[in-house]
Design a binder for this molecule. Structure first.
Ligand SMILES: NC(=O)c1ccc[n+]([C@@H]2O[C@H](COP(=O)([O-])OP(=O)(O)OC[C@H]3O[C@@H](n4cnc5c(N)ncnc54)[C@H](O)[C@@H]3O)[C@@H](O)[C@H]2O)c1
Length: 285
């Protein structure tokens, strides 16, 4: 685990109230004509894994715009450094170069986040990889293991390291990134689909274990959004999964951040162990 420093740059793309909510839930304009509420995450401390780009970065920006502080854990040290600089909120953002597949590194990162911010209120288990597009019988065994190691075992590691702190504080909100692939199963993505189905089951199991505390554990199941992960897929595969979305378009990362940040807020005080759909109508449950 390596700590990265942030300096100057441009803030997030959410206008109004950025970086210091007083707890109001005003509606603000975000990019691409979307209007979104500001959540009350005032002074909450969040960990966002894989927050250097994509959905994790959109979540990070939304948390900052809602008054929270974020420890970003990402294994891409160079990109992480750039992102932390661009966010330009050195008092509210910590960047830690961590591979979530490595339990010792995750435990060190949890300690570093607490040393820096004093506590952990929110855990967004977002980091994952998708792996190659191949049928199950042609899938490289090492690649299958790696997808599971990051997306499932990495999520487990982060929960294992952070949950005891949440139990001690009797407060926490955990949001795991699953995928519609985990509900429906995508052909030529067996490792990813199986990993994301397992993330749903882990969410249900942990949600029940923690239900007696003021700790909510939920997951979201997005359809495809235009990120590095999605764009690494074979073009014909990408076209196939976009064609399955009744909304007729990809998910915007800001739309994912919206649902995730509500699930991460104190207002989500009852629901736990559940999967929240973000599939634009593809999944019907
Ligand atoms: N983008 C989509 O179409 C889509 C759809 C459904 C679900 N999801 C899920 O949303 C989450 C975010 O996806 P995204 O598209 O924003 O991905 P992305 O590839 O844009 O970003 C993921 C980040 O995670 C980091 N990362 C990867 N492995 C890591 C590891 N072992 N330790 C620490 N960091 C690691 C990467 O460096 C990267 O910065 C993932 O869980 C993904 O499965 C994405």
């Amino acid at each position: 685990m390596i700590s990265v420093a942030g300096q100057s740059g441009v803030c997030c793309n959410i206008s109004g109230n950025a970086g210091g909510s007083k707890g109001a839930s005003a509606t603000t304009r975000v990019g691409k004509g979307l209007f979104m509420n500001v959540y009350d995450l005032n002074e909450r401390v969040a960990i966002v894994t894989g927050g250097a780009q994509g959905i994790g970065l959109a979540v990070t920006k939304r948390i900052l715009a809602s008054g929270g502080r974020v420890s970003i854990w990402d294994r891409d040290r160079v990109l992480l450094e750039e992102t932390v600089k661009t966010l330009a909120q050195p008092n509210r953002v910590q960047g830690l170069a961590v591979d979530i597949a490595d339990l010792a590194g995750v435990e060190d990162a949890a300690k570093a986040a607490i040393d820096r911010f004093g506590r952990i209120d929110i855990l967004i288990n977002n980091a994952a990889i998708v792996g190659p597009n191949a049928t199950t019988w042609e899938y490289p065994s090492d690649a299958f293991r790696e997808v599971v190691n990051v997306g499932l075992i990495g999520t487990f590691h982060c929960c294992r390291a952070v949950v005891p702190h949440m139990i001690a504080a009797n407060y926490g909100r955990i949001v795991n990134l699953s995928s519609v692939a985990g509900k429906e199963g995508n052909p030529r993505a067996p490792a990813y689909s199986a990993t994301k189905a397992a993330v749903i089951a882990l969410t249900k199991s942990l949600g029940k274990e923690l239900a007696a505390y003021n700790i909510g554990v939920n997951c979201v199941t997005p359809a495809v959004a235009k990120t590095a992960l999605a764009m690494s897929q074979a073009p014909d595969f990408l076209a196939m999964i976009v064609a399955k979305i009744p909304r007729g378009r990809m998910l915007e990362v800001e739309e994912a951040a919206s649902m995730i940040c509500w699930l991460a807020s104190a207002e989500n005080s009852f629901t736990t162990g559940a999967a929240f759909d973000l599939s634009g109508g593809r999944a019907t449950y």
